[in-house]
Design a protein around this ligand. Structure first.
Ligand SMILES: CC(=O)N[C@H]1[C@@H](OP(=O)(O)OP(=O)(O)OC[C@H]2O[C@@H](n3ccc(=O)[nH]c3=O)[C@H](O)[C@@H]2O)O[C@H](CO)[C@H](O)[C@@H]1O
Ligand SMILES: [Mn+2]
Length: 305
């Protein structure tokens, strides 16, 4: 039998450790939706949530302007058979329904590209890209290919350009409420985490360096968007940072995502997408619009680390 004073100490310790942990877990698990969450950033940009915008008004505006939207997506190696078909099929269902859309599909092997039946007013341009040996290079060099292969076409064909990862699926209406000059996606993993736990590059020698205490949000590179000139500026800045790091023999912790976060800290996005627009599958988002597909790094990536 433990002495009475020892029991009291253990009980007190449990209260000190577990009660705050319990409340923090409840905070992390609570349903996330508007109007419980903020819908404007500190610099005045809207944070888009289900219910925070008037879709009818936005639709009227974009239909009157004849807005055309581009969507660039890369699928290299095993990512083509695993993800590309489903990504495009769900985009046909939910990405900007009723609008003219041009898909810029970047692959290393034309013969594996699935046949997708496109709706009227929607077209697809398939372009061959180099296959790099490391997944990190495949991921990072998308910035170079966006500059050299996507932008030259997109600048005359579309008003807004989205750049997305392929390992995701659309699950409900992803509409014109997401359009703006420069659009960034809040990373759903990091949304509720304190700043010191965010995954910014913390090596001051890297061009991607961000002091977490000065940050706004941790953004997810799986979606960024904007007008074509803004995307060109963003991609050029990220690529320059990647080259500067390479000259020093370093690679930012989350590759182009780290450089994107550095850029967006200094060039504030004009619109921010809430975690609803890039849901990780377990986060308790009430109105998910696009969701991560299951990862399978071991089988899909060329190199394990
Ligand atoms: C844990 C981890 O690894 N995280 C990285 C990765 O998250 P992710 O796990 O989201 O990376 P990912 O495997 O989806 O790769 C990014 C994208 O590059 C393309 N791709 C990549 C590899 C490949 O062999 N074929 C191919 O097509 C594809 O479009 C893919 O969606 O990417 C992020 C950028 O979005 C960051 O760079 C993260 O550091
Ligand atoms: Mn991804």
């Amino acid at each position: 039998m433990l002495p009475h004073s020892r029991k009291k100490k253990i009980l007190l310790l449990c209260l000190i450790c577990f009660v705050p942990a319990f409340f923090y877990i409840c905070y992390l698990c609570r349903p996330i939706y508007y109007p419980n969450e903020p819908s404007v950033t500190s610099w005045g940009a809207p944070i888009v949530w289900h219910g925070s915008f008037n879709r009818t008004r936005e639709d009227e505006l974009h239909r009157a302007q004849g807005t055309v939207i581009g969507l660039s997506v890369f699928a290299v190696g095993k990512y083509i058979p695993r993800y590309l078909g489903h990504f495009l099929e769900t985009a046909e269902l939910y990405f900007m329904p009723g609008y003219s859309v041009v898909y810029y599909v970047m692959v290393d092997n034309f013969s594996l590209v699935p046949k997708i039946h496109l709706l009227p007013n929607r077209s697809m341009v398939v372009t061959k890209v180099e296959k790099h040996d490391r997944w990190q290079e495949i991921s990072m060099m998308r910035m170079r290919d966006i500059i050299e292969l996507v932008v030259p076409r997109a600048k005359t064909e579309v008003n807004f350009l989205f750049c997305m990862d392929v390992d995701q699926e659309f699950t409900s209406h992803y509409g014109v409420e997401t359009l703006s000059d420069l659009v960034a996606q809040i990373h759903s993993y990091h949304y509720l985490w304190p700043k010191f736990m965010q995954s910014f590059e913390t090596n001051p020698a890297s061009a991607a360096y961000v002091d977490p205490s000065k940050s706004d949000y941790y953004y997810h590179a799986a979606t960024f968007a904007g007008t074509v000139p803004e995307i060109l500026k963003l991609a050029k800045a990220c690529l320059e940072g990647i080259w500067r790091d390479k000259e020093k023999g370093i690679e930012a912790i989350f590759q182009e995502e780290s450089h994107l976060n550095h850029y967006l800290l200094h060039t504030k996005p004009t619109k921010v997408l809430s975690p609803e627009y890039n849901w990780d599958g377990w986060r308790n988002v009430k109105y998910p619009t696009l969701r991560w597909m299951p990862k399978d790094y071991r089988n899909l990536r060329e190199n394990p680390a």
